[in-house]
Design a protein around this ligand. Structure first.
Ligand SMILES: NC(=O)c1ccc[n+]([C@@H]2O[C@H](COP(=O)([O-])OP(=O)(O)OC[C@H]3O[C@@H](n4cnc5c(N)ncnc54)[C@H](OP(=O)(O)O)[C@@H]3O)[C@@H](O)[C@H]2O)c1
Length: 240
């Protein structure tokens, strides 16, 4: 058991929900982030039925006010946050890169790129108050420039401008924040859940949410001796 608290964005379903479930069973207090109150409440009821200490928190990572309000709520209740998992993400459409509308790219970036920056900055005072905190960015293998540019790799053929570049940017953000926060005892790492069967890809993925959450939970539980500024798939370093 632990007396640690964790906030997971987009935790009302899929990979975020399973991550909340696994950490909850390890004894973490769960702040279950959901942009929709009702979907969050239904998910929290299920976790509560498993004996998990869970509270729903309204958070739309694309909305400044919503993120600030969420940080104020956690601050008032706990005064600190030990783990932040920036999981909320959207795919955008699978459009030829030369034709993808800028407005759609902006929408994807609002959630996948600015969302994790906005949320991490808003929760920074609470993460600092933890003394030893972990931030986990839910990235993607589709953000790996090494894999995308290798003709022998299956991701080479998956050329989605907005989504892929949003996750490459998230990897760069991970490195930048990790360096800045090292002095505060805050580690920042990125996880690739792998191609996972969820609503995100109309359940075409080959991995389970349990497999996807494993590396995320592992990174969330790192102590002061753990890594920072890395990108991991199946608990091993993935190529940038
Ligand atoms: N599934 C995969 O194969 C795969 C592979 C690599 C990386 N990933 C990454 O893993 C993460 C989770 O993916 P998933 O497969 O679990 O996706 P999912 O089934 O579509 O679930 C996404 C979650 O994010 C929430 N969300 C979306 N936009 C949000 C916003 N602006 N503010 C707050 N919450 C928001 C959704 O809320 P609603 O229910 O309200 O829509 C939902 O709870 C994403 O970052 C994704 O890019 C997934």
């Amino acid at each position: 058991m632990t007396n640690k608290s964790v906030l997971i964005t987009g935790a009302n379903k899929s990979i975020g929900y399973e991550t909340a479930r696994q950490l909850g069973l390890l004894g973490y207090r769960i702040w279950l982030g959901s942009r929709d109150a009702e979907r969050g409440a239904i998910a929290a009821q299920k976790l509560s039925a498993e004996g998990i200490d869970v509270r729903v928190i309204a958070i739309d990572v694309a909305d400044d006010e919503s993120v600030k309000n969420a940080a104020a709520t956690v601050s008032a209740a706990n005064g600190k946050l030990d783990v932040l998992i920036n999981n909320a993400g959207i795919p955008g459409s699978y459009t030829a890169p030369g034709a993808q509308e800028l407005s759609e790219i902006e929408t994807v970036y609002q959630t996948n790129v600015f969302g994790p920056i906005r949320t991490t900055q808003a929760f920074l005072p609470l993460l600092r108050a933890s003394g030893q905190a972990n931030v986990v960015m839910i990235s993607s293998g589709l953000g790996s420039l090494t894999w995308l540019s290798d003709p022998a790799h299956p991701y080479h053929a998956v050329n989605i401008l907005a989504y892929n570049s949003s996750k490459t940017a998230l990897n760069a953000i991970t490195v930048s924040l990790a360096k800045d926060f090292a002095k505060d005892g805050i580690k920042v790492n990125a996880a690739d859940p792998g191609y996972t069967k969820t609503d995100f890809n109309h359940h075409t993925g080959y991995r389970t949410v349990e497999q996807a959450a494993d590396t995320i939970v592992w990174l969330a539980g790192q102590d002061a001796s753990g890594p920072t500024g890395g990108f991991y798939f199946e608990r091993s370093q993935a190529p940038w």
